[in-house]
Design a binder for this molecule. Sequence first.
Ligand SMILES: NC(=O)c1ncn([C@@H]2O[C@H](COP(=O)(O)O)[C@@H](O)[C@H]2O)c1NC=O
Length: 521
Amino acid sequence: MKEVTVSQRPIRRALISVYDKTGLVELAQALHRAGIELVSTGSTAAMIIDAGLPVTAVDQVTGFPECLDGRVKTLHPKVHAGLLADLRKDTHLAQLDELDVAPFDLLVVNLYPFQATVASGAGPDECIEQIDIGGPAMVRSAAKNHDSVAVVTDIAAYPLLLAAVQAGGFTLEQRRALAARAFAVIAEYDVAVAQWCARELVPSEQVWPDFAGLALSRAAVLRYGENPHQQAALYADQSAPAGLAQAQQLHGKEMSYNNYVDADAAWRAANDFAQPAAAIIKHANPCGIAVGADVAQAHRSAHACDPVSAFGGVIAVNRPVTVALARQISEIFTEVVVAPGFEAGAVEILSAKPSLRLLVAPQWQPAPVELRQITGGVLAQIADRVEAPGDDPSTWVLACGDAASPALLGELAFAWRAVRAVKSNAILLAADRATVGIGMGQVNRVDSARLAVSRAGDRANGSVAASDAFFPFADGLQVLLDAGVRAVVQPGGSVRDEEVIAAAKSAGITMYLTGARHFFH
Ligand SMILES: NC(=O)c1ncn([C@@H]2O[C@H](COP(=O)(O)O)[C@@H](O)[C@H]2O)c1NC=O
């Protein structure tokens, strides 16, 4: 005989109301075979009937017809009393008897596809029609009453449901987990509806709505955070474009918190370029960025920028990893490689390194909005990635020196694009579409210039420089001039621009002003 635990509740009567009918017939068949009475709404019931199974239509239970284009189907005390009766209480049992309400032991619901309707670009009326009301109401009732009712809101949980039916019912522990999941499903749905309403129904010049919600699902528990004594997890945001959080790991040790931070920085930097590009990141800063005829060449150039720092780095490329690139990487101690794909031979070569993490990231889509936590709140900004002002060299103003040849302008455009991947204050030296010296994260621009020049060594002579923000004084620029930099691109806009431009002019170099800056903190 099957052993049934005290907390298990046998399932005798189920209410099924699903928009997505995947797996419905198989589920209904299994429930029917187990002797469970099925009650169902409109087209869910029709599909069960078509499968030759007995089902009670919900309007027979309520004695009230589905009406108003389906806006009212299950919103009835006969349904909700059946879902909310606490079967541990004699008073509730007595009232059910008096009111002639039969209790439900199981609710299976999935909701109208509101988020998908919005994503399809549907108009407001259609979106509003796809706001499910009766479904969430039932889910909340059953989830609150999980002591008596099991609620299943995911098609993926049908196998678990069938196993529970076989076992004589869900345990209390399982019903609690299902209830927690159900409330999370409703919360995510409500956040989507609330955000859409704030945006669409209350038109405003204001970009930022009054309400912003986040619905995050835990994607992984990480070994630890930035340091071993910090616990950490990865959460995925289904409402944001897919990115690193959704990347597929092909090989290697578990991703760590710092691996994710660096992989994200690398992935963003590599995808800032249309040409094949490679970015090597350490501690969220680049130690090399380059473009090339292919990713192997781009990586060679990026690595040459600072081979010492690239040791133990994270590499991202914006094209699939080729065998040639894999061979190069296998020579260097690397933590993570992120790419849109890997050639089969490349995986084979890189898999020889047991710890090296290989990540296939979803197609690059920049996040439109970036969030950053501060104590007591969150800062939100439009991401500095898409069509930034000042990106197009034809809009730059020549501050001094000869107008750049197309080749030199190309070098400057590369440097200007790359510098926005560098934490401020950022000074970046480049030659042949590759960084040769990067000064990052200093609290004054002179030190960033010194760092860039010292890292570049002899390569500073004849290189081009980009500064993420204006030079407040001529001193930072002077460091670059003394090292032999031949052209500079910077935003301009300092009260001492004249002084800065005069220094560039007396050194005989070309200087362009972009009119826009790229602070990155
Ligand atoms: N209005 C109601 O009373 C109601 N009750 C259940 N629903 C939803 O109707 C859908 C199923 O309807 P049908 O069985 O007709 O395909 C489910 O997604 C369920 O969440 C309702 N629809 C919208 O609110």
